[in-house]
Design a protein around this ligand. Structure first.
Ligand code: PLP
Length: 431
C-alpha cells in the first residue's frame, strides 16, 4: 500500500516510511492511496473466525509490501491480547469496553501496534535510533509509553499539559523510566501538539535526531483502531439490527478509523461524534463551516481538543463532500454538568460506572436513539473509570476499586522535566 500526503497527492511513500515519518515532509497527514474493499466472503465467515485471523485480514492490505503476513500475525496477537466486551446498558444500547488493555485506555491497541511495527522496521535495517515525540491530553502518553517500553532503538519523549491530566494518567507517564521521558508543558494540549508539529519541521532537530510521532496522525496508531469496529460487529451481528457507533471524540482518530472500516465494507449504519464543549466538529456539521475553537478544559480531558487533527482525513473519506459526510455522521456536544448527570443515570439505572468520556458517548447515542429505536447503538467506553477517579467518585458518590496494576504505580518514583516553551523543548532535544 502506498500513502500520500493530504496536502499534496504527489507526495507518496510506503507504509514503513510513512510510519517512521509520522507526518509527511510537507506537513500533510498520510492517507492510503486506496481504501481496500473486503470480499463478501469475509463478512459471511467473520463470525466464525478467530479474532486474530479477522484482524490480520482487515489490516494486511494496509501493510502489504512492508510487513510480511507472518510478522503481522504476530503483531496482531501481541496487540489484541485482552477482551473487548459489549456490556448491555439498556435494551438497545451497549457499552463497548475498550479499556481492558495494560494502561486501561483504548489507545493501547494503536500504541502497541505502532511500537511493534517500528520495532520490526528497526530490526530489519540497522537504522539510527528513532525518537518518538508525542503530545498527550492524558491517555495517549501512558499507552505509548507502555507500548514502547524497552523497544530497542527507540526513545520516547512525551509532552503533557501541566495540571491537566489525571493523577493516574500522570503516574503512568512519569514512572516508567528506561527509554521513556516525560516533559511537563506549561500550557494546554493544543500547545503540546503545536510544539510537536513545530519540532518535526525544525531542521536543526531533524539533522540530529530521527523524529516520529505516535499521535493518531501516525497511520500505525490510527489505522488499527478500525479493529474495534470489526470486533464489535462480529459480536453483535446476530442481533440483525442496523448498528450505530457513538464515539467520544477528541482528535477524531478513533471515529475516523471506524469510518475506514465502513468504507472497507463493514456494515455500519451510522456514526455519532460526541464531544464536550470543544465542539469544532459538531458545529461544522450544523453550519458547514469548519472553525477551530480555543480549547476549554473539561472533565473529559482526553477530548479537550480545539482543532482535531484527523478531521481532514474524515473529510477525505467522504470526498470532501459536506452532504456525504452528513449522511454518515451526526454530531453532539455536551457540557460537564450534562456528563455528570449521565454518569449518575447510567449508574442508577444499570449499575454501570461510566467514565466521563464514555458518558459523553452515551449521551449522544441516547439522543440519537429517540428517533431510531429499531437500531442497536454502541457507545465506545474509551477509558476505565479509575483513570478519572476523582471525577467519577465525586460524581457518583461512591468508591471505585483500583486495579492492582494501577495501585502499584502510587509507590513508584515520578520523574518529569518542566518545559515552558518551544525553545526549551528544542534545547532538550538537541542536548
Ligand atoms: C484519546 C481519547 C479519546 C479521544 O479519541 P480520539 O481518537 O482522539 O478522538 C476519548 N476518550 C479517551 C478516554 C481518550 O483517551
Amino acid at each position: 500500500m502506498q500513502y500520500y500526503s493530504l496536502t499534496n497527492p504527489q507526495e507518496k511513500t510506503n507504509f514503513a516510511t510513512a510510519v517512521v515519518n509520522g507526518i509527511a515532509p510537507d506537513r500533510g497527514l498520510y492517507f492510503p492511496e486506496s481504501i481496500p474493499k473486503l470480499e463478501a466472503d469475509f463478512f459471511v465467515s467473520m463470525e466464525s473466525m478467530d479474532i486474530h485471523e479477522m484482524a490480520a485480514l482487515a489490516m494486511y492490505p494496509y501493510v502489504e509490501g512492508d510487513i510480511p503476513k507472518n510478522v503481522l500475525d504476530e503483531i496482531i496477537q501481541n496487540t489484541l491480547d485482552f477482551d473487548f466486551p459489549v456490556v448491555p446498558i439498556t435494551e438497545n444500547i451497549g457499552s463497548l469496553e475498550l479499556f481492558h488493555g495494560p494502561t486501561l485506555a483504548f489507545k493501547d491497541v494503536g500504541a502497541r501496534f505502532m511500537a511493534q511495527s517500528l520495532g520490526y522496521f528497526n530490526s530489519r535495517q540497522s537504522s539510527k535510533n528513532v525518537t518518538v515525540l508525542v503530545a498527550t491530553s492524558g491517555d495517549t502518553g501512558g499507552a505509548v509509553a507502555n507500548g514502547f517500553l524497552g523497544v530497542e532503538g527507540i526513545d520516547v519523549v512525551i509532552l503533557y499539559p501541566k495540571g491537566k491530566v489525571s493523577k493516574v494518567q500522570e503516574l503512568q507517564l512519569t514512572t516508567l523510566g528506561q527509554n521513556i521521558t516525560a516533559l511537563e508543558i506549561d500550557g494546554v494540549f493544543d500547545d503540546c501538539q503545536d510544539m510537536v508539529k513545530t519540532a518535526f519541521l525544525d531542521s536543526d532537530i531533524s539533522s540530529k535526531r530521527k523524529l516520529t510521532s505516535a499521535n493518531s496522525i501516525n497511520i500505525a496508531r490510527w489505522l488499527p483502531q478500525m479493529l474495534y469496529y470489526f470486533i464489535a460487529y462480529r459480536s453483535l451481528a446476530h442481533l440483525k439490527k442496523p448498528l450505530v457507533f457513538s464515539v467520544p471524540s477528541g482528535n477524531f482518530g478513533n471515529i475516523c478509523a471506524g469510518m475506514m472500516a465502513q468504507q472497507m465494507g463493514l456494515p455500519i449504519d451510522h456514526f455519532i461524534a460526541c464531544t464536550n464543549v470543544n465542539d469544532a466538529v459538531p458545529t461544522y456539521l450544523e453550519t458547514g463551516n469548519y472553525k477551530a475553537v480555543t480549547t476549554t478544559p473539561t472533565i473529559s480531558n482526553a477530548m479537550d481538543v480545539g482543532d482535531p487533527s484527523n478531521f481532514v482525513r474524515i473529510q477525505k473519506i467522504y470526498g470532501n463532500q459536506f452532504d456525504q459526510l452528513k449522511t454518515h455522521l451526526s454530531g453532539y456536544r455536551f457540557t460537564d454538568s450534562a456528563t455528570r448527570i449521565a454518569m449518575k443515570e447510567i449508574h442508577a439505572s444499570a449499575g454501570y460506572i461510566a467514565d466521563p468520556h464514555g458518558a459523553v458517548g452515551y449521551l449522544g447515542l441516547k439522543d440519537y436513539m429517540v428517533n431510531h429505536s429499531h437500531k442497536y447503538g454502541v457507545f465506545l467506553e474509551t477509558a476505565h473509570p479509575v483513570k478519572f477517579l476523582d471525577t467519577v467518585e465525586e460524581t457518583l458518590n461512591t468508591k471505585v476499586k483500583l486495579p492492582s496494576r494501577i495501585q502499584s504505580l502510587f509507590s513508584k518514583e515520578q520523574k518529569s522535566i518542566a518545559v515552558a516553551n518551544y525553545a526549551e523543548l528544542k534545547q532538550y532535544l538537541l542536548a
